[in-house]
Design a protein around this ligand. Sequence first.
Ligand SMILES: *[C@@H]1O[C@H](CO)[C@@H](O)[C@H](O)[C@H]1NC(C)=O
Ligand SMILES: *[C@@H]1O[C@H](CO)[C@@H](O)[C@H](O)[C@H]1NC(C)=O
Ligand SMILES: *[C@@H]1O[C@H](CO)[C@@H](O)[C@H](O)[C@H]1NC(C)=O
Ligand SMILES: *[C@@H]1O[C@H](CO)[C@@H](O)[C@H](O)[C@H]1NC(C)=O
Ligand SMILES: *[C@@H]1O[C@H](CO)[C@@H](O)[C@H](O)[C@H]1NC(C)=O
Length: 252
Amino acid sequence: MPRLGKMAAAVASFACLVVLSSLQAYEATEVPHNQVNGIVHGKVYLNPKLSVPEEYKQIIWWFDESLKILTKKWNHSVSYRNDSFHKRHKLNYYENHTLEIDQLQKQDSGIFQIDVEDNQSKTTSERIQLNMYDRIPKPRMNVIIRANKDGWCNVTLDCIVNAIQVTYRWYKNEKDFVGKSSSTLDEQLKSESPASYKCVVSNPVSEETGLVYYRSPCTWDEKNSAVPLSLARKTADSILAFGFLLLVHNWV
Ligand SMILES: *[C@@H]1O[C@H](CO)[C@@H](O)[C@H](O)[C@H]1NC(C)=O
Ligand SMILES: *[C@@H]1O[C@H](CO)[C@@H](O)[C@H](O)[C@H]1NC(C)=O
Ligand SMILES: *[C@@H]1O[C@H](CO)[C@@H](O)[C@H](O)[C@H]1NC(C)=O
Ligand SMILES: *[C@@H]1O[C@H](CO)[C@@H](O)[C@H](O)[C@H]1NC(C)=O
Ligand SMILES: *[C@@H]1O[C@H](CO)[C@@H](O)[C@H](O)[C@H]1NC(C)=O
């Protein structure tokens, strides 16, 4: 009986392997075009997924179809082209055919292509799309008081950032404002306890936050003034108390 169990396990894992490898093959053929996000002044690694034979005639990397970046002949060192691309970047080509591009710039968004020519002069290619993004600068918070009477403090908070293609998220006292995703937030407050409003601006490679603090009746401040400080103090105290409890607990 145990032997049968072992056999069944072996068959099962073999089946698993077959499924896995066919999945991999499926991916390799179905998604030849992958994407990488880069940040201005940063670096990226372009990792082609195609399989490069042990021996080959040559490998060529292209940018936007026509600009030859580098050529690598089998058993020779890499030859970088002395062109505008190489002048603008630091390039590194690894044994595993990963291309590292340093000192990225905004205009590097585009398609990189690797052509592998094997010994039978058959060429296999893969394309990698590079999307470039700016590092997001710190946002500035602008508070427009629409109404301040009858105990109401009705405002529009404006999160101002000099960047395009960004998304916004808002938090009140670190709690997510679900569904608020524009650069402005309308609020109607009536003698509420102090609160912090946070705006998080992000793109696929970076994010920054802007903060503004509310105090009753309708005072807005970019700095965290008296009351939220005591809040921070309270948290610190409870952390201390909790630590002490833990200590006592371990002692006993
Ligand atoms: C493949 O081509 C390279 C360069 O043309 C050559 O040096 C190498 O010996 C070839 N290898 C085989 C297995 O044919
Ligand atoms: C690779 O190149 C070196 C010198 O650059 C040479 O000595 C060696 O024979 C080459 N290897 C093959 C397999 O051609
Ligand atoms: C690369 O090009 C520049 C000017 O275009 C030239 O001064 C330099 O000598 C070239 N370098 C090589 C290695 O060809
Ligand atoms: C190839 O090597 C480089 C440098 O060691 C590494 O950063 C990169 O992740 C490697 N690529 C793959 C696909 O393993
Ligand atoms: C402020 O907003 C509240 C809630 O929408 C509204 O009832 C009130 O009339 C507004 N106050 C003023 C002065 O506009």
